[in-house]
Design a protein. Structure first.
Length: 212
């Protein structure tokens, strides 16, 4: 399994993972590459899964930064604790640490997820011109390229701004995308407020809950 396994999932698959990822009733952990068939075919203990997931979500939200460091180091009490909360058997911890480490770049530096969210928000703020198919004078491809370059260059600064509900980091991007209208600019620069879990932490949760 390579480090792009989450990166390459469609939005539908990610959403399905978010809703259903957990161990099956027989105790086997899902391999992410088995989806979406596993989503359709597996029978989950919903109550148990939801309880575990809520605990993992709360723990990942509280300890995101230290989990990032421990996953990269492949050791630490926090990574062991979150696996315990997810119901992963202790005998699988070592293998799970190695897998999370392999996926760490995808989990903690997923520029595509942030780029797509910003592009979607741009598309909501401006209607697509019927004849030219342009959005505020840009093609969809141009908006994606400009946004991706900006996210690639400022990823961690953007993450910290989203975490702290700050919007100033997006002013320069708004200028590049020629968002001049004050209300539209405010809507764009504030569009990722409160989205840290959705854009960043949830990738930790999904990776741990899907397991081996």
């Amino acid at each position: 399994m390579n480090g792009n396994r989450i990166f390459k999932l469609s939005a539908v698959a990610i959403m399905a993972l978010t809703l259903t990822s957990c161990s099956s009733k027989n105790g086997n952990y899902l391999n992410i590459l088995q989806l979406p068939g596993a989503i359709l075919d597996s029978v989950f203990d919903k109550n148990s899964c939801n309880i575990k997931r809520k605990k993992v979500e709360a723990y990942a939200s509280l300890h995101y930064d230290v989990l990032k460091e421990e996953i990269k180091a492949k050791k630490g009490k926090h990574i062991d604790e979150i696996m315990k909360l997810a119901g992963i058997e202790e005998s699988h911890y070592s293998k799970m640490r190695n897998q999370l480490n392999k996926d760490s770049e995808t989990i903690f530096h997923n520029t595509q997820r942030v780029t797509e969210k910003l592009v979607q928000n741009m598309s909501r703020i401006y209607e697509v011109k019927e004849k030219t198919k342009e959005i505020n004078g840009f093609s969809y491809t141009q908006i994606s390229e400009i946004t991706k370059e900006y996210v690639d260059s400022n990823f961690e600064t953007i993450r910290l701004a989203v975490r702290d509900s700050e919007s100033g980091i997006f002013m320069a991007l708004a200028e590049q995308l020629n968002i001049k209208d004050t209300k539209k600019r405010e809507a764009f620069t504030h569009s990722l407020k409160g989205k840290h879990f959705e854009l960043y932490t949830d990738l930790v949760v999904v990776s741990v809950m899907v397991g081996l």
